[in-house]
Design a protein around this ligand. Structure first.
Ligand code: IPD
Ligand code: CA
Ligand code: CA
Length: 257
């Protein structure tokens, strides 16, 4: 199944890359949130291939692709993570595929077509980028850490918009990035390129694959209270483990009135 998922992510990524050269049609999902024909084409390719090969598997995909399945295996699919970047021609976006077995993360694959990087992990089998083993960083102090975050599309209307947390961490970490693809942010934590990522308001398909990849690279993934992150929890903190407690502490302080 890992080989199947890797092949599928490569094919969907190639489709996205080719489609980026062409004129795109764009639909608004909300004031900021959009979906393009490329999101939909990538999802159709992925969902079609899974249904054909594994008709008994359940599917949950961002743009509405769904299948009920027999209750054992479930796929969580983001056919294009980083749609805003993609739309503007900024080459930071990915395809994210996760497979759960009886509710537990079994495999995760994230593909970045712009850099040709394929991140993959299988439960208990470690994490890899293009076949090379991944390991989280060894940075032990928040002041030396390069960390990342993101903001939900409904940030203008939701009270917990992550701005207070961002402002606090920007002054306490070495620096803060906002790449626009949560799935890639998590892979970069696994690869030691970032020391942590935090975010709120995320959907199951944004985080499932990346969370497994971080864990399999030796990192820690929790909710904002420090409990092991359950699949689908919208608030995530993923780190190299060493700066985890300090980051949770700063997030808690940022939320105090
Ligand atoms: C978005 C990206 C972004 C995150 C947003 C997500 P999409 O996913 O992952 O980094 O900050 O919260 O919605 O809409 O591009 O698939
Ligand atoms: Ca997404
Ligand atoms: Ca998406």
């Amino acid at each position: 199944m890992l080989d199947f998922a890797i092949d599928l992510a490569h094919r969907a990524g190639a489709l996205l890359r080719a489609a980026q050269e062409r004129e795109r049609s764009v639909e608004a999902k909300g004031p900021v949130d959009v979906v393009t024909d490329a999101d939909r084409a990538s999802e159709a390719l992925i969902v079609g291939a899974i249904r054909e090969r594994f008709p008994e598997h359940a599917i949950v995909a961002e743009e509405g692709g769904a299948a009920a399945g027999d209750g054992r295996y479930q796929w969580l699919i983001d056919p294009l993570d980083g749609t805003m970047n993609y739309l503007h021609g900024l080459p930071i976006y990915s395809v994210s595929l996760a497979l759960l077995h009886l509710g537990e993360l079994q495999l995760g694959v994230v593909y970045d077509p712009s850099r040709g990087e394929l991140f993959a992990a299988e439960r208990g089998g470690g994490a890899r980028c293009n076949g090379r083993a991944l390991r989280v960083s060894a940075v032990a102090q928040l002041e030396r850490a390069l960390i990342s975050t993101g903001f939900a599309y409904d940030r203008a209307t939701r009270p917990d918009n992550n701005l207070a947390e961002h402002d606090r961490l920007l002054l306490r970490a070495q620096d803060v990035r906002r790449t626009g693809s949560a799935a890639l942010d998590l892979c970069y934590v696994a690869a030691g390129r970032l020391d942590a990522h935090w975010e709120l308001g995320l959907k199951p398909w944004d985080t499932a694959a990346g969370a497994l990849i971080v864990r399999e690279a030796g990192g820690q993934v929790t909710d904002w209270a420090g409990r092991p992150w359950p699949v689908g929890e919208p608030r995530i903190v993923a780190s190299n483990g060493r700066i985890h407690a300090a980051l949770l502490h700063e997030l808690a302080l940022a939320r105090q009135p």
